[in-house]
Design a protein. Structure first.
Length: 258
């Protein structure tokens, strides 16, 4: 494993996706256990994406008192039917929410008729249960959740909002096999904002695969700005970026990682 530091962001590079996911799960589990020594409940935001598969698979095997953990998810499509397998809530239910006995799972309702009211409802939950840990990835366009560059706001006054998805984001959903073409991808979605995600005391960010190499390079090397939303991770005091060799290939080639 190779380690480096980008401002405050700790970066760890592993030989494989599996090793990356295992290491991230072990670190997250240790963090949960430590927090539970001094507080009754731990609140965690989870991402729904293929990049999280190895991490989630390993996390459900960890020794954690899940009955003291509450879960949130960070984004959700609009305009998909309630039982559509492409919904992020269903993705997470299949991989973790339905596999361990959480104290409570709070789902975003992608079918909400009143979208503004749904944003407000979920924001109130995040205020009622302050987030301890965010488990996330980075998009191919460097988005965090569905905060694509054109809608990302590091000083967003909202915790949850409706955003339209840019073409790069839609193409990623196609590349990952969720949709046959970009025309099928919902035009907009609910997302937790960047301030909502970064309110967490700890962030574990899992970003494997060659398709993420360019985004990883921008994350670690470009100016911190909404042009590359993931650059904001370099300002968080307790964030760890987990990579595998393919996702780290451009930073290694550029000499960022030694």
């Amino acid at each position: 494993m190779t380690e480096l530091l980008a401002e405050q962001l700790k970066v760890q590079i592993y030989e494989s996706r599996k090793a990356m996911g295992q290491a991230a799960a072990e670190m997250a589990a240790a963090c949960i256990r430590e927090l539970l020594q001094t507080q009754g409940t731990v609140n965690i935001i989870f991402a729904a994406a293929a990049s999280q598969n190895e991490f989630l698979e390993a996390l459900v095997q960890q020794n954690i008192n899940w009955q003291q953990v509450q879960a949130f998810h960070m984004d959700e499509y609009t305009s998909l039917p309630e039982n559509d397998s492409r919904l992020f809530g269903i993705f997470l239910k299949e991989r973790i929410f339905g596999k361990v006995p959480f104290k409570q799972v709070y789902y975003l309702n992608g079918q909400a008729a009143d979208r503004a009211a749904e944003c407000e409802r979920y924001a109130k939950l995040l205020q009622q249960y302050p987030v301890d840990i965010t488990c996330m990835g980075i998009g191919e366009n460097s988005h965090l959740a569905f905060n694509d560059p054109h809608v990302a706001d590091f000083n967003d006054p909202q915790l949850v909002k409706i955003v339209d998805l840019d073409e790069a984001c839609k193409q990623q959903q196609v590349n990952e096999g969720c949709f046959e073409n970009t025309a099928q991808v919902p035009v907009d979605a609910f997302t937790l904002t960047i301030p909502a995600l970064l309110k967490a005391r700890y962030i574990f960010c899992m970003v494997p695969g060659t398709s993420k190499a360019e985004a990883v390079f921008h994350t670690l090397n470009d100016d911190i700005s909404e042009e590359y939303p993931s650059t904001i991770l370099r300002t968080h005091a307790n964030a760890v970026l987990f990579l595998d060799k393919p996702s780290a290939e451009k930073i290694v080639a550029a000499g960022t990682a030694r």
